[in-house]
Design a protein around this ligand. Structure first.
Ligand SMILES: [Zn+2]
Length: 267
């Protein structure tokens, strides 16, 4: 399993440093476009669709880590829409009258545009997870822009909604990804609590325990509504955990909803 940590770099040209799944340090340097005054954040990552949740990131970039209204929890899903698994989440969320934010892959939307539309029609928020599920740190600025623009346009065309949020694959942000997101008016949002349902042997119980260990008021929860980048069964573990997670939030007096309802709408 890879090392975990959050690395912050703010120099010009920017040097981004992270760790690949084998723990090897990766480094990529690009020049900042003039006037882009944003810190670059690269999170270490440990598996498909995941990234370390670093205390440093939470402290330095609370909005990036998804911290919003203290009496609210944002529920987010990555990697769909997936006909094999997403409908189960939609049914459960409808039964519980909960709305969530779905970070969609453009490549998955292209395969299932009607399902993407159903997500939006059910009142959920749609957001961009990129077209391909690839590390942004390994892609150049133009490639990154084209990927995000293509994904945003696919999500928008399928759902009729204009996405406002972007979550990079593996939670890894590069300078190119930040610049592309800014140009496309997409706000990057990661998460503050995750289920690690992508880990081998994960169960609904392990997902509940893991999420609740990192969750407080104002947090953003990451789960996966598809196994397309995870071991088979990951989304089932997430779905099995969801009722108990919703119960736990209700028991703590926390309202569960979308990022838009979390106070993280772009300023
Ligand atoms: Zn993902």
């Amino acid at each position: 399993m890879a090392g975990k940590g959050t690395f912050v770099s703010r120099v010009s040209p920017v040097t981004l440093t992270g760790r690949n799944p084998t723990g090897t340090v990766m480094m990529r340097t690009w020049a900042w476009p003039a006037g882009l005054a944003a810190a670059a954040v690269v999170a270490g990552h440990a598996g498909p669709g995941v990234s370390a949740v670093g205390p440093l990131r939470r402290r330095l970039f609370p909005r990036l880590a998804g911290f919003g209204h203290p009496d609210h929890v944002a529920l987010t899903f990555d990697d769909g829409p997936d006909p094999a698994s997403t409908p189960g989440f939609l049914d459960l969320l409808a039964a519980r009258r909960v709305q969530a934010t779905f970070f969609m892959l453009g490549s998955m939307v292209a395969r299932s545009p009607r399902l993407a539309a159903e997500i939006a029609e059910a009142g959920h928020e749609v957001a961009v997870h990129g077209w391909d599920h690839r590390y942004t740190i390994l892609r150049g600025p133009l490639d990154m822009y084209q990927d995000l623009a293509r994904a945003r346009d696919a999500v928008s065309a399928a759902t009729g909604q204009q996405p406002r949020f972007f979550r990079p694959p593996y939670g890894v942000l590069s300078s190119g990804a930040l610049l592309a997101a800014r140009k496309l008016e997409l706000t990057p949002v990661l998460w503050s609590a995750w289920g690690r349902e992508w880990a081998r042997g994960a169960t609904p119980e392990s997902v509940v325990t893991t999420v609740l260990a990192g969750l407080g008021g104002g947090g953003t929860v990451l789960l996966h509504d598809s196994d397309c980048t995870s071991p088979r069964g990951a989304s089932s573990a997430a779905l099995g955990a969801l009722p108990r997670l919703l119960d736990a939030c209700a028991g703590r007096g926390l309202t569960v909803g979308t990022l838009a309802g979390h106070g993280l709408a772009p300023r």
